[in-house]
Design a protein around this ligand. Sequence first.
Ligand code: SF4
Length: 526
Amino acid sequence: MSSNGNGHPLRSERARGPLVVLAPLSIEARAIRSALPGALVIQTGMGRRRSTRAALGGLPRPTDEVLANAGAVAVAGFCGALDPTLRPGDVVVATELHGPEGITPCHSAGILAATLADLGVEARLGPMVSTDHVVAGPERRRLAEQTGAIAVDMESAWLAAAAGDRPLAVLRVVVDTPEGELKGNPIATARGGLRAYRSLVKAAPALSPWAEAAGPRTVLLAAPRSFCAGVERAIEIVERALDRYGPPVYVRKQIVHNVHVVRDLERRGAVFVESAEDVPVGATVVFSAHGVSPEVRAQAQAQKLHVIDATCPLVTKVHTEARRFASGDYTIFLIGHEGHEEVEGTTGEAASSIRLIEKVDDVDKLEVEDPTQVAFLSQTTLAVDEVNEVVDALRDRFPSLTGPGSADICYATQNRQDAVKVLARECDLLLVIGSENSSNSKRLVEVAEREGCRAALIDDETGIHPRWLVGTETVGVTAGASAPEVLVDRVLEALAGLGPVTVQERHVTTESVRFTLPVELRSQKG
Ligand code: SF4
């Protein structure tokens, strides 16, 4: 129910108060008013003294009442870059504010960044610091080293107190940089100022949907969620290999399908490659949790690679079944997604015997030599219900169909889907934390949607679009088997940054599965 351009204040619907934007300088206030005609913008003045006064009730009437009734508070304006990679006009969203009185977190920064991305604005997220003087020269580097801040201003840390326990966002635009300081440089001032003004006008509208998403809500957490035993084992294998053999340790394909896990291991010295051929002769290579075909193993042997196999034992079980059926002259229907690494690995075990099917419709098209000698297998991370439908269709067409001793869908896939079904009945929206290439995470979204619940796949809190949250009182949160639990914490914090959050866990079952490490890595780290 926000309204732009009609004179009404932008309202944070569920927080029942308007968005109030605090802008220290008149030029900053002007930029925001032109971009957000409905916003209540208060020009608070430059520097620590004026900011403190504005935040602590020192504004003239009726401006002080406007601020007192705010549903959400944003600080917006210009800043100086501390990070040398920032350029004039770059948009910075503060994740926390460092000031002389301490650190103020800005929990919903990632959600504001998602809205900026919708507007085509790529924001840099990071800590900001406020000082009571203009920072120049070597002090920029010192400040960055001391605080970890990427940008500096002279007001935000003090203005933040105006928000109290209401949602707070800090959106600043870089006006000068370590290499192009404004002080005594009129040309740089004019260029940097113009770029910053234009960027601020472009970015400011993002504050409106951010504020509309503010309000109290309930979060239902799925349990179990996040890492399964196979993923924990695979990550630990790479960590221990790095400890034992030192970097670089090569990993064929993503060790598990999660961008955060991959980046973290890359920082520690893992080198991810697409093919064993990309690994130098004699080097150490880890095979990912999804498994590899015999052809890949042969390739690694030809290159005399030191192989450490992180294939999940439950994937290995499917490989064994494929070999067993193939040796009994069965035609094997492998239910799975074309191109998925696990499917490629399993297919490689018995390529001439395996027919890949993805959906029920594929069953009619199947042609086999001996319809009495047929078996099915499946990828471990599919939707349980969909696999059952395909198997039923196979049984209808091939009454002699046989299958694995126990289902190939792994315990972790099954449990996470069961938990999502419970959540889906109670939620207005389900957020599934996981990467785009994570099969089990994508299936969780589909399972929720089949239950009639809105659902979205997000890599982390920066994927949450505020428009999803407007009018959404109960949000479910889960994480795919390859997504770390720390991302769940970050999503909860981001939601709590938009208003009070009550968290309840829906516990479906307890998992106790653990897999042993390869022998060479079993003893203590190092
Ligand atoms: S999702 Fe299942 S098959 Fe895949 S790694 Fe985890 S436990 Fe293993």
